[in-house]
Ligand binder design. Sequence first.
Ligand SMILES: Nc1nc2c(ncn2[C@@H]2O[C@H](COP(=O)(O)OP(=O)(O)O)[C@@H](O)[C@H]2O)c(=O)[nH]1
Ligand SMILES: [Mg+2]
Length: 329
Amino acid sequence: MPANLPPQYFETERKLKTVKTPQEKRIILEELLSLVPKHKGTEKLQALLKTKIAKLKSAAQKKPTIAKHALSFHFEKTGAGQVILIGPPNAGKSMLVKSLSNANPEIADYPFTTRTPYPAMMQYENIQIQLIDTPPITPEYMEVWHYELVKEADGILLLLDLSSSGLVDTMQAVLDRLKEKKIELIDEDRTIPAEVPFFYKRTLIVANKRDLKPAEENYDVLKKALESKFSPISVSANSGDGLEYLKKRIFSMLHIIRVYSKIPGKKADFNDPYTLKKGSSVTTMARTVHKDFAQNLKYARIWSKTKYQGQKVNRNHILEDEDVIELHI
Ligand SMILES: Nc1nc2c(ncn2[C@@H]2O[C@H](COP(=O)(O)OP(=O)(O)O)[C@@H](O)[C@H]2O)c(=O)[nH]1
Ligand SMILES: [Mg+2]
């Protein structure tokens, strides 16, 4: 039986050669394992990856000498965007990553179960978005590499526990901790301010465990505390409630659009979009398809869900999500 490994598997496999520490290797191997489709044809590969992970784990237990401050993590961006999950202990970050992807991070009802960041891939319609699970942030605890990961990410999910009456305080503790490092979380709809003093990061506040009591009361308290600065959403990572809507909101937080390229006389491949920044023009699309296309472009034809059915547009035309473009050079 063929293994049918997805393209991200090979992309991730290439990263193995670029990392140095056993810890980073292990994280990539775990990501690879999560990307392997689970069927008979991949049993050997799964077993091989598991053995490698187990070896690195036991080696790490024998040599606990790596100084904490020496740890550093960097995840090459794969997919259409990179989103990092942060929050207080036990908010359900790991469970949410598990529910949104094929990954299998450790989940437990005690704090600090997650000690190192854990990457996973989430499918959203026809694209993949990278999620990174991380350890909790508390007034006492946050490591340097954690700030760096937040700064690098394209978007943030700030997870809170709706069953906890202290959720506003724990949220504030996270915001304060980040502010100390000049990271300011802003609503997903806001344009990132141009001034330099802060790293502004688009953030979606996710109030989790809405299946528990007293979720509704606590959600009201949270919304009041946020005023209109953020528009939070409530979900249950456990039951899956609200997760489809959450995926849509994650996509919209990333401020990206999907555009399909079409060859004259042929149909577009709707499984293989180009992902571009919101506000991109036909020229940007042409450059993404091929570096010479932008220069040589004469005009484009465009199809969209509502407005266009093959009209000619010029190179400055601004594209929308799910436009189909025929480039004429
Ligand atoms: N009832 C309920 N429990 C949840 C939900 N999400 C997570 N949990 C539980 O909360 C605890 C902490 O979850 P975990 O994902 O490890 O939290 P993390 O520390 O933020 O990564 C575990 O016991 C989970 O089973 C949820 O939506 N509903
Ligand atoms: Mg965790």
